[in-house]
Design a protein around this ligand. Structure first.
Ligand SMILES: [Zn+2]
Length: 371
């Protein structure tokens, strides 16, 4: 294998393992688990491997003039299925991901779908219907007609793609679709390459705190702690989540954590979140916060009295990463938090160890959470 077999069509990004295994030159030897050599390679060739970005260092970027073994398919015309497709929208002059809602001769009526900013992972974007933008040319917002030859069929395994009502997960990163359609248009229409310029009209924050925590005092506090632990490699957190006023409409959730390893600065931190309906999730929020303020490549020990959290973590860890929606979304509403937790662990290459402690064993962090 050569590096250019593992990169996006324009050569600027390393592909996630799941996308590589869908290319034709690997089909005789497909493995779904990311091999160790690939993880090592990521550390060598990526511009900033710990950020979760798949952008390559400039010395590893090679431009290609072929499709790198990728099979691009036109959408099937003879079915009524509402397939997802990628097309080029001339109104907005951008890529447009959408769903076929009607067919007429060699034209497709495509409903526009856009990335959901909070549920999307870099490897697996989650999309939802666009409520209206420049792409729209029809009375039905937001949609347009596009020639069949200007569209590429998004191949998904039906089972895994639906996250919940109105939310679907795509199997490849958005930059991959963008480059597929740009290459497809260039090849099919012999349009000069500079006509389409690479655009960043979506943006996923590299710092996971900025990506997952709403702007405000909580985000500021977490950024502050992230800064404090920047050079630590081993941290120990005691976490606790407690439900406050569960019977009232104004129910709120408090959680606390303490960093107790002597190898790193000591901190105590407690926060309260409004409208937070289960004590189990409060514990998860504490774990999430502990991980999100931890530095990349660190080893984190978490002491918790929540056996259910520990059990579920080990269950998820046995699944392959990145987690498929099937693993994550079939069970309960805590899965959104678990998605983020597993995303933080994977993107930041964190090693996590859990220790079960007696509930409310009388040390002072219980007082902290109640205060
Ligand atoms: Zn739109």
């Amino acid at each position: 294998m050569f590096i250019d077999q593992l990169t996006s069509l324009n050569g600027e990004f390393l592909l996630p393992w799941s996308s590589i295994t869908s290319r034709i030159f690997t089909q005789h030897n497909v493995t779904s688990i990311t091999p160790i050599w690939f993880k090592t390679l990521q550390n060598i060739v990526l511009f900033n491997p710990s950020s979760g970005s798949l952008q390559l260092k400039s010395q590893f970027i090679f431009r290609s003039n072929n499709f790198k073994g990728m099979l691009l398919q036109l959408p099937p015309m003879n079915t009524r299925s509402k397939s997802f497709v990628v097309t080029w929208n001339y109104n907005s002059n951008t890529l447009m991901i959408g769903r076929i809602i009607d067919r007429n001769n060699n034209n497709l009526h495509i409903e526009h779908w856009v990335p959901n900013q909070t549920l999307s992972l870099i490897h697996q974007p989650v999309i939802q219907r666009c409520s209206g933008c420049l792409c729209n040319t029809e009375s039905l917002s937001c949609s347009t007609w596009s020639p069949l030859n200007d569209t590429i069929f998004i191949v998904t395994s039906k089972k895994n793609q639906k996250v919940s009502e109105g939310l679907y997960r795509l199997p490849s990163p958005l930059f991959e679709y963008q480059q597929q359609i740009i290459h497809h248009m260039n090849f099919s229409r012999q349009i000069m390459p500079y006509y389409f310029k690479q655009q960043k009209f979506w943006h996923f924050e590299d710092n996971l705190i900025k990506r997952y925590i709403e702007k405000g005092s909580l985000q500021n506090q977490l950024l502050h702690y992230q800064n404090i632990f920047e050079s630590s490699t081993n941290l120990e957190f005691y976490t606790d989540g407690s439900l406050i006023d569960p019977a009232m409409n104004t129910m709120s959730m408090g959680f606390a954590l303490i960093q107790s390893s002597s190898a790193a600065p000591y901190i105590e931190f407690a926060a309260r979140i409004e409208r937070w309906p289960s004590s189990y999730r409060a514990e998860l929020a504490a774990i999430l916060v502990a991980l999100i303020i931890s530095p990349m490549n660190s080893t984190i020990t978490i002491f918790t009295d929540s056996k259910s959290s520990i059990d579920h973590f080990f269950y998820l860890q046995q699944q392959q990463l990145p987690l498929s929606p099937r693993n994550l979304f079939k069970e309960d509403s805590n899965n959104y938090l678990w998605t983020i937790i597993m995303d933080i662990i994977e993107i930041n290459s964190i090693i996590v160890k859990f220790f079960k402690i007696q509930s409310h064993s009388g040390n002072h962090y219980n007082d902290l959470i109640r205060s």
